[in-house]
Design a protein. Sequence first.
Lengths: 133, 295
Amino acid sequence: MAKSALFLILALASLPAAAQRAQAELECRFTGTDFVYDCLIRLKRAGEPLPGASITVGADMPSMPMAHNIRPVKAKPGKNPGEYLARLDLEMRGEWAVKLRLAGPVKDQLILHYDFDEKGARPVIRSGRLPRK
Amino acid sequence: MDDYTIGVLTNIGLFSFLALSAYLLLITGEMSFGQQAFFGIGAYCAGILTAMYGVSLPLAAIAAMALGALAALLVGLPTLRLKGLYFAMATLAAAEMIRILFELLHFQRTVEGELLGPDGTQGFRGIRWVFESGVEPLHYLALIYVVLAVVLGLFAWIERSRLGATLRSLGQDPELAASLGVDVNRLKLGVAAAAGALAALGGVLYAHHNTYIEPRNFDIMLGIHSLAYALIGGLGTTFGPLLGVVVDIGLVEGSRVFEGYRMIVFGGLVAVLLVFRPRGLLDERVVHWLRARFS
């Protein structure tokens, strides 16, 4: 704990320049089992697929993020570069904020808002606009 | 430590600030349903400063705490004249007003080619100070608990001081305290401001852990939980609210086996707990007994 605190104090002293941002899209299929979805994540940076990333996928409901959430799962590499697969076991249908914690070539956390139902998942539209990724 | 354990411990640490904020008001006899608003103010203020203006996290935290205290003072000025349920209702109304202000807040600027800042109901993305500073989740967890330890140290010092005794006297009998020369209104305003600053500090850490915030994060559910932490854990000691957070999040996590029914099970367990321990697990009687036994 003391080591971690020391590292943090050192980290606080400097701010590295921001790396180019990664972007992600989600395509989820309902498995037929209640609230379980197989999701394909397409990760890109500067419009190009971003392979070799380690992605931890979590999700929570925006109105009560600490009560309605799922255990984070590691995504596996998919068939094509920049594609990753993860199975999400949600608690209920509705809007979820899917959190992609990226490690490897890029360190970041992306939040994607999707509506999950028996047909799959769609990006949430609020006030007629899609939230930015 | 795996990601899940780090996530749960981080949540416990983050919501402890909110629990302590509600506890501070409870020991002076005030039940606030609105501490989540100051948590949100801290989150938005620090997020704006770090993500949009490149301010470092410690400076942003100080500014956010000052703003949280000021907002709590402004809410406290008219509402602290009210008593009991009326005060609770007024704080809830104030918190909802602040949440709606977050929904109306559109304040963005382009930073390194990316549009950042609060965008009403769309929320506020890209609060990446922690990631850009290379702080790992475990290190951030350490930071949260170091800050929490400092806050607990302050609480322990206050509880043993004359100020602590005065604060408890306000909760027990404000008229008697006033007759002994205590300026009840001024002291309650000071406590409200301190509780606002503390909640804002929790919000700062929450926003930078989550990297994304939106108005719904700070709705009434969070306010109810913040009160529940203190009431479940007990009002006898500062460690009561912390125990409340551990029990609350522990029950939520432990009831995952019930899948879709787990919030019903969770609610039932909390109700049973409060039936048998109406002043919480660490109430004044238990704390007195523990002190007599171990001192």
